[in-house]
Design a protein around this ligand. Structure first.
Ligand code: HEC
Ligand code: HEC
Ligand code: HEC
Ligand code: HEC
Length: 336
């Protein structure tokens, strides 16, 4: 392990060099958007037949409308032009984040705006499995069968609400906008301040399946604390990767560095207020980190520390140890 780290450290030093613009960087580009296999996308209509209550909310959301509204907007056309893209809807770079796309005639085609499978995973391997009660009537499965059904669904790529770290990482894979050229050349916004409680509990909230449509519940206070803390670390993990692999000190690196600085203050406050060990470890990893392109190897190493803290927190906390965060949580009026 130590040897691997030393090797990684040495190679990153060599690759990045010390120039202000790390032009020769050979670090692999970041994956853009959720990156699910488009060949395994079944399309929202395969979900909405059972999930009518979720669908009613999704159909009114910004995510649903984006693939029709964005390409018609002046800003959309302007970005596309600067990126040399003639048809937004047949160009995979925009589709990666503004739609859920499937594979048809050897091409990526938008099935709809950002839909169920962009957040819960491409469904082909689990869509039947997860909702069929192991071939029995609802309520007749043994506890063992239920556990096996969910395990198998997760193994087949289902992202369940309980998998909070993966859910958060998935949101930021679009919302950090991890694409340097799109921001520097295309003039695309480098995302805006993302905070998982406000962003998940407003217009996109669809916690109305298990209540059979009777109530669209706000997440419990314990879950809000976790969403807040996990969301913060997931965003930080990716912002650091973005700055750590940036080739130029352009709008992209600058915007991400600014977002990181604001997030670090939030992390410091949360670590202090909770004394939660993973938050403290995360803060130690970034407390004195300098965000310059000269420092990219340290930035990428810090991102890896954040990965460990994020996974640690998600695996061990049920939110009851994060009570100190309560005063930092957004008010309902601030939900997006
Ligand atoms: C045949 C009906 C059916 C279809 C089609 C279906 N679901 Fe479900 N889904 C269910 C049922 C039933 C449950 C709850 C199972 C239970 O109570 O154990 C469920 C639960 C879920 C959950 C919550 C899981 C959890 O951990 O609580 C999600 C998320 C979900 N479905 C997403 C989807 C998506 C996305 C699609 C389309 C790719 C889809 N479903 C298609 C019936 C269906
Ligand atoms: C990595 C994911 C990603 C990719 C790729 C992407 N977008 Fe976006 N786009 C977003 C997100 C996230 C937002 C919302 C930004 C925010 O929160 O401020 C957005 C917002 C926009 C907006 C609204 C901006 C505004 O100022 O209101 C336009 C227009 C847009 N994108 C056009 C495009 C076009 C055109 C392409 C392809 C050339 C593209 N996007 C590719 C993620 C992406
Ligand atoms: C933008 C991402 C996103 C999209 C799009 C999305 N979901 Fe969800 N879904 C989530 C998140 C996050 C949660 C957990 C919310 C929470 O903790 O408050 C969730 C929760 C659920 C649940 C559990 C609800 C309950 O009653 O507890 C079901 C079922 C579900 N989604 C199905 C769907 C279906 C079907 C679609 C498409 C019509 C869909 N989702 C679209 C992110 C998304
Ligand atoms: C596939 C990419 C993608 C994923 C995954 C995704 N989003 Fe988005 N989201 C977008 C884009 C693109 C927009 C902007 C659409 C537009 O303005 O046309 C957006 C807009 C939003 C908005 C509306 C913001 C506003 O200013 O009104 C909210 C809220 C939101 N997303 C929350 C979430 C949450 C929470 C998650 C994870 C559970 C998530 N998103 C996952 C692409 C994504």
């Amino acid at each position: 392990m130590i040897q691997q780290l030393t090797l990684l450290f040495l190679t990153t030093m060599i690759i990045i060099g010390v120039g202000q613009d790390a032009q020769d960087s050979q670090v692999a580009p970041l994956p853009v958007g959720p990156g699910f296999d488009p060949k395994a996308i079944v399309g929202a209509s395969e979900c909405t037949e059972c999930h009518t209550h979720s669908a009613a909310i999704w159909e009114k959301s910004v995510h649903h409308g984006t693939i029709t509204d964005m390409p018609r907007s002046e800003k959309g056309r302007e970005i596309a032009k600067k990126m040399g893209i003639r048809r937004i809807k047949s160009e995979s770079l925009c589709l990666d984040c503004h739609s859920t796309s499937h594979w048809e005639d050897e091409k990526l085609k938008p099935s709809s705006g950002v839909s169920c499978e962009s957040c819960h995973g491409a469904g082909m391997g689990w869509v039947k499995l997860h909702g069929e009660f192991s071939g029995k009537e609802e309520g007749q499965e043994t506890a063992d069968e239920i556990a096996r059904r969910w395990r198998a669904s997760e193994a087949a790529g289902m992202l369940r609400p309980t998998m909070i770290a993966d859910i958060a990482r998935n949101c930021v894979s679009c919302h950090v906008v991890p694409h340097e050229e799109l921001v520097n050349v295309g003039g695309h916004p480098a995302g805006s301040d993302f905070e998982l409680v406000a962003w998940s509990q407003g217009n996109i909230r669809h916690n109305n399946f298990y209540t059979k449509g009777k109530e669209n519940k706000v997440a419990s206070i314990e879950r809000q604390r976790l969403l807040f803390a996990v969301g913060m670390l997931a965003e930080m993990e990716l912002l650091l990767k973005a700055v750590g692999t940036a080739e130029k000190m352009g709008d992209y690196a600058k915007a991400n560095a600014r977002r990181f600085a604001a997030l670090r203050k939030k992390l410091a406050a949360a670590a202090k207020a909770t004394s939660q060990p993973d938050l403290i470890k995360a803060l130690e990893a970034v407390a004195s980190l300098k965000l310059s392109l000269k420092n990219q190897e340290a930035i990428l190493a810090a991102s890896e520390s954040i990965t460990a803290s994020l996974d640690g927190l998600a695996a061990t906390s049920n939110g009851s140890d994060l009570k100190g965060i309560d005063s930092m949580l957004p008010e309902e009026a601030d939900y997006k």
